[in-house]
Design a protein around this ligand. Structure first.
Ligand SMILES: [Zn+2]
Length: 119
């Protein structure tokens, strides 16, 4: 069984990264450069927040994977639809008032996977 004693150089590690010479599986070079994956799981969540807003709640839409321009445009549409003010903050659309059902229907109509969350 001379095969047994033959040293194995790379077949056990697979491909090596040319940058850090680590096995590709444990290499972090590409992971740093890679575009961060969209936040969340592709499900848009519609929640509510009323803390510290003097009882006037806002409806929050999170989990959006749109780019900032698309997000702004969508927020503008939703504001018009609800007849309320709102903003986009850190990728989250905030619409004033309790608008969850309206937004749920509107987003679903646009083809988003939507879930209502929070109380
Ligand atoms: Zn590497």
């Amino acid at each position: 069984m001379r095969e047994k004693h033959r040293p194995v150089y790379s077949s056990d590690k697979g491909r090596l990264c040319p940058t850090c010479t680590q096995p590709v599986a444990s290499c972090r070079c590409n992971k740093k450069k890679a575009v961060p994956p969209p936040k969340g799981d592709g499900v848009v969540r519609i929640g509510r927040e009323s803390k510290g807003r003097k009882g006037k709640g806002v409806t929050l839409i999170t989990g959006m994977t749109l780019n900032p321009d698309e997000l702004k445009a969508l927020a503008a549409d939703l504001k018009k639809l609800c007849g309320c003010g709102g903003t986009v903050k850190d990728g989250v659309i905030e619409i004033q008032g309790e608008q969850r059902q309206t937004l749920f229907d509107a987003l679903q109509k646009r083809g988003f996977k939507v879930k209502l969350s929070g109380g």
